[in-house]
Design a protein around this ligand. Structure first.
Ligand SMILES: Nc1ncnc2c1ncn2[C@@H]1O[C@H](COP(=O)(O)OP(=O)(O)OP(=O)(O)O)[C@@H](O)[C@H]1O
Ligand SMILES: [Mg+2]
Length: 263
């Protein structure tokens, strides 16, 4: 692509602009040792739940952890964490807000959008992601956990292209429909040269399902954790409490998943 846009040393200004932004983002994220995306193309499988609990598990081990809500149009992370504070957008760079020692950033901390939903076409979403990545100052971190939106188009693609992720944890549920979409997600990530750390089966009932095993098999990885279906999880998340703070079994499951990430 670079070659197509650059002939005999001449670079189209718009291409140069994109590459400049990517370089700014690379520098902004350069103090972070590991960037882990939590992803599935299927909505509602528990990406945000996994991202939150994994971040707490890493923090409990003494790591410096950040949590980025990369869902620009439906940002939920602040609700899951009970954060109502806004970032000071009048001064750049944007500073993440700390919750339980974890640095958290979300576009929900810039505008009160619940009653004014963001109804944007792809190019604006992509621009917002670039701006958000360019302006947020994370400082030094051991891990940045990135909660991705569903789908396989503009937003996840942009995140994969600009954030220099180390790899992904793919989330699925026991249902066939989830596994099909989780396979899509993993194949997309792999096509873009990303590593898959493993598959987490959420809302599991009993043994790890064949569907979750199939996702791992198709992606050439393993199921690295199973989180059972538990009504207490949404109750806690709706109250802004990370489930692993109250439920020791959940904390244990995510301690084990965290142990399978690179150190
Ligand atoms: N193991 C579980 N047992 C019961 N409920 C769960 C479990 N995991 C997640 N939930 C609930 O399911 C709902 C969807 O979870 P979550 O928001 O984490 O999914 P998501 O994949 O991030 O969704 P989206 O695609 O909209 O971003 C939430 O209400 C959450 O509390
Ligand atoms: Mg989510």
């Amino acid at each position: 692509m670079e070659a197509e846009n650059s002939r005999e040393g001449q670079v189209h200004p718009s291409f140069a602009g994109v590459m400049r932004h990517r370089e700014v983002i690379r520098q902004k994220l350069s103090g972070i040792r590991h960037k882990v995306g939590i992803y599935s193309a299927k909505g509602g499988v528990g990406k945000t739940t996994v991202a939150v609990n994994l971040a707490y598990a890493l923090k409990a081990e003494g790591f410096r952890v950040g949590l980025l809500d990369a869902d620009v149009d439906c940002p939920n992370l602040s609700l899951f964490l009970g954060i109502s504070d806004k970032m000071d957008a009048s001064r750049l760079p944007l500073r993440p807000i700390e919750k339980d020692g974890i640095k958290v950033a979300s576009t929900a901390m810039l505008v009160d959008e619940t009653k004014n939903p963001i109804i944007w076409r792809g190019p604006l979403i992509v621009k917002m992601l670039y701006d958000f990545f360019c302006s947020t100052e994370w400082g030094e971190l051991d891990y940045l956990v990135i909660d991705l939106p569903p789908g396989t188009s503009d937003a996840p693609l942009t995140i994969m292209q600009v954030s220099g992720l180390d790899g992904f944890v793919i989330v699925t549920t026991p249902q066939k429909i989830a596994s099909i979409n989780s396979i899509r997600s993993g194949i997309m990530a792999k096509r873009l040269g990303m590593h898959i750390f493993g598959v987490v089966e959420n809302m599991s009932v009993g043994e790890t399902s064949q569907n979750a095993k199939d996702v791992a098999g198709e992606l050439g990885t393993e199921v690295i954790g199973s989180l059972p279906f538990d009504r207490k999880l949404p109750e806690l998340s709706d109250s802004g409490i990370a489930p692993c703070k109250e439920l020791s079994d959940v904390a244990g499951i995510f301690r084990s998943i965290a142990g399978k990430l690179p150190r």
